[in-house]
Ligand binder design. Structure first.
Ligand code: DP6
Length: 361
């Protein structure tokens, strides 16, 4: 079993590279079995599984320049070409957390420049793609300093670092379907990083996801507050047991191509996530009237057409509509004519399953 010390470079050589630039993109992901509740050091209370997205991504460039001293890292942050001071505390926490695993950072100043392919105010969580893209850049630089690191180590370390920035980010690294958290059905699974699940039936490998932007404001409940709601939650233990079972069942459905089973489990997971928020203390209702209107129209559409389309939710009001590629035209017509009216400024984003991060240039 790999532990944290596996990710500490076992060399004390001081790198002598003066300047270096890396650029990577990483996508967002959508959880099917949700991560909700965590322990110290970004260890999840239950294992989760997600689909990697393709179009919703963050593109990040890092310029590393050697400093006079090597006492502590330093950095600047630019978002869409403008300095963005408000993001710096979160980045500072992230770099502080990863420094023991990336001691070489102490000798460098990092100029980090980022942009998203989706509107920043869309209510889409950019922390997963953002932390994943940054982690890619850092480990990519590590590989320049220590070329002997293997491809397997590279991806595991990117996921490991991304997790320390935001839990779900560790599922945005590599593969269409990713499990994060130790789980008996996935022998190589780990609390420390995400692992790719490769036994996926073709009906799922081209899955479509249209994200309906119901509420584009700031998150009503931050993820930190949200996960903490599961401490002392009256239903927490039962929920963690259920998530464990749901993961086993979902992996079977994904392998067999059982789309009706998939629909049932994925929608139940989304509503369970929201039920956890409604039954915690303090309690929250993160769905909006338009969220519920969309779900009801979707259910009617499914009953009438028998098209295997379903929804899932994040910790917010937006709705992800999931459907097979061969139903794309009909479902997108339905979204355009029936569901867009429930979205903020009729906005939605068409996305589909993707493969993870990639180097640019
Ligand atoms: C509801 O990964 O944003 O989207 O680890 O605190 O950054 P932190 O939390 P975060 O939580 C995501 C919660 C979720 C479910 C999921 O993605 O599994």
């Amino acid at each position: 079993m790999k532990n944290e010390s596996y990710f500490i470079p076992n060399t004390t050589t001081t790198p002598d590279i003066q300047t270096y630039k890396t650029q990577w993109e990483a996508p967002s992901n959508i959880a099917l079995v949700k991560y909700w509740g965590k322990k110290d050091n970004q260890i999840p209370a239950n294992a989760s599984v997600s689909f990697t997205l393709k179009n919703c991504k963050t593109i990040t460039e890092v310029a590393f320049s050697k400093k006079e001293n090597n006492l502590h890292f330093s950095f600047d942050f630019y978002f869409e070409n403008h300095p963005k001071e408000s993001f710096k505390p979160k980045l500072n926490d992230f770099l502080t957390r990863i420094e023991p695993y990336c001691p070489y950072l102490k000798a460098y100043h990092l100029k980090i420049s980022s942009e998203n392919t989706f509107p920043h105010s869309s209510g889409i969580a950019s922390s997963a793609s953002g932390m994943a893209a940054l982690a890619f850049n850092i480990v990519s630089f590590e590989k320049v300093l220590y070329p002997e690191i293997t491809e397997e180590y590279f991806y595991e370390k990117v996921s490991f670092l991304a997790r320390l920035g935001s839990g779900s980010a560790c599922r945005s690294i590599k593969g269409k379907v990713v499990v994060w958290g130790e789980h008996k059905s996935v022998p190589q699974s780990s609390h420390l990083f995400g692992v790719e699940v490769s036994e996926i039936h073709p009906v799922f490998t081209t899955l479509q996801d249209t994200i309906l932007l119901v509420d584009v404001g700031e998150k009503q409940v931050s993820s930190t507050v949200g996960h903490n709601l599961m401490n002392n939650h009256p239903f927490a233990n039962q929920r963690f047991i259920q998530a464990e079972e749901n993961l086993t069942t979902l992996l079977e459905y994904l392998k067999e191509g059982n789309i009706n089973g998939f629909i049932n489990l994925v929608e139940s997971e989304a509503l369970t996530l929201h039920s956890m928020m409604m039954t915690s203390n303090p309690y929250f209702i993160l769905m909006k009237p338009n969220t519920v209107a969309i779900i009801q129209k979707l259910w009617n559409f499914r009953t009438q057409t028998q098209i295997p389309v379903c929804f899932t939710l994040d910790a917010g009001a937006n709705v992800h509509i999931l459907y097979p590629e061969n139903e794309k035209d009909t479902v997108q017509h339905f979204i355009q004519t029936e569901l867009a009216t429930h979205c903020h400024n009729h906005q939605f984003i068409n996305d589909c399953i993707g493969n993870g991060g990639a180097e640019i240039g």
